[in-house]
Design a protein around this ligand. Structure first.
Ligand SMILES: [Zn+2]
Length: 422
């Protein structure tokens, strides 16, 4: 579960505050403390918070393990124990639950698949049964229910599509209907809510933009209008909120930034001020990040603090994060993964530009010998949004052959994406 419990709901009833004041001293990024915090969170099973989070343990594992991987410390986690746990959480219907003997749900199914992709260990579960479970969640209007009880939300649509694409089985569902439902959730402001007619919300925008990017439908978004709504989430403190009139919160740094990155508009926010806000939310004694300065740290905000920093500043010792899947790029762009992500993130044109470099072909950048249809669609959409390839304007989608074009560095080439895969 990339999306967690609802954040940003706290407000002071006596004096309504919509922002915080940052102290003058901003701490460094305390990576060693964050590693220690995450490892002890996972191993100290007597902790009150550990016991109280059983109902979302699978996602907790995903948050912690992804954060460790971003910091290059995944080997410190107990891989064998994690894999055994995931194997025990798959139920007969194919779905995966948060904990052993809990009910399966799409949120935890995606978390489990993400962890198994990180460990390259999909064989510990029955993937075909997962595909069947996800397929059964799709409703006639294209939406998805999270489990067998029927709640519908765009979060579940994203979980379904992300899960299937990670196991290369997007063919199992009706993509056009899934996209149709997402577009019905688009509001007048260009942003998205949880259902048709629901209020726009940054976390749900991430889900909708992510789904449209995976399925090759980014051209259906009004990227300028949505990008503007997203940048308006930045407050004077530098932090981002999830909706107008709400307090800043570290986790929205991720949802807003990931969507802006996919849309090629990450440079529309004030990066330095946001970095300062995120750094001030670290627990400088025990490690971890909280939603706001002074609050208790947790693995959820720790992951999203780190992923946001990975998008914002490549000088930190963090692996590049994939803005769509919230997994390290090295995993998502694995050359053997046929759903290989083609194009994200694209940033300002100036950052990578070097006219002396030789032309870069799509295949050489991806490290693959063949570009599949899915990657072609993505590439075409990004071309429309970012002019990232030097392709004649009259080229239609169905005649588009990316193999014959060269990337111009600094246009289509993704920022910080590794050429050499793991
Ligand atoms: Zn939060």
């Amino acid at each position: 579960m990339i999306l967690g419990s609802s954040c940003n709901t706290v407000s002071d009833t006596t004096t309504l505050k919509h922002d915080i004041e940052l102290p003058s001293k901003i701490p460094e990024l305390l990576l060693e403390k964050h590693v220690k915090y995450l490892i002890s969170y996972e191993t100290d099973k007597d902790e009150y918070t550990y016991c109280m989070t059983e109902h979302m343990r699978m996602s907790g594992m995903y948050w912690g393990l992804t954060a460790l991987d971003l910091m290059g410390k995944l080997e410190q986690a107990d891989k064998q124990r994690v894999l055994e746990f995931i194997g025990q959480c798959q139920s007969d219907c194919g779905g995966i639950s948060a904990s052993i003997e809990h009910d399966p749900h799409l949120l935890y199914t995606l978390s489990a698949i993400q962890i198994l992709c990180i460990y390259d260990a999909l064989d510990v579960i029955n993937v075909e049964k997962v595909v069947k479970y996800v397929k059964e969640r799709q409703q006639p209007d294209g939406s998805f229910t999270g489990d067998c009880w029927g709640e519908v939300d765009v979060r579940f649509s994203f979980c379904a599509v992300a899960t299937l694409s990670l196991v290369n089985r997007l063919d199992a569902i009706n993509i056009e209907k899934a996209v149709e439902f997402i577009i019905k959730c688009m509001n007048f402001d260009g942003a998205f809510g949880s259902k048709p007619g629901s209020e726009s919300h940054a976390g749900l925008i991430y889900c909708c933009v992510g789904l449209l990017s995976i399925t090759g439908h980014l051209h259906l978004i009004d990227a300028d209008r949505l990008g503007w709504w997203l940048c308006e989430r930045q407050l004077p403190s530098g932090g981002l909120n999830g909706r107008p009139e709400k307090l800043p919160d570290v986790c929205y740094s991720w949802w807003v930034l990931s969507a802006l990155t996919i849309l090629g508009r990450l440079h529309w926010i004030d990066k330095k001020r946001l970095v300062n806000y995120i750094l001030i939310c670290q627990d400088t004694e025990s490690g971890g990040f909280s939603d706001r300065p002074g609050d208790v740290a947790d693995p959820f905000h720790t992951l999203f603090g780190l992923t946001a920093l990975s998008l914002l500043d490549r000088d930190y010792s963090l692996k590049p994060i994939n803005p769509t899947y919230c997994m390290p790029e090295t995993i998502v762009k694995h050359p053997l993964n046929p759903t290989c992500r083609a194009l994200f993130p694209v940033e300002q044109k100036s950052t990578l530009n070097s006219s002396e470099d030789p032309p870069l072909t799509l295949q050489s950048w991806l490290g693959i010998s063949k570009v599949n249809e899915h990657a072609k669609n993505e590439l075409y959409d990004m071309k429309l949004i970012n002019n990232s390839l030097d392709i004649p304007n009259q080229t239609k989608r169905d005649t588009f052959e990316p193999e014959v074009y060269n990337f111009s560095r600094g246009y289509g080439a993704p920022v910080g994406a590794p050429r050499v895969q793991r």
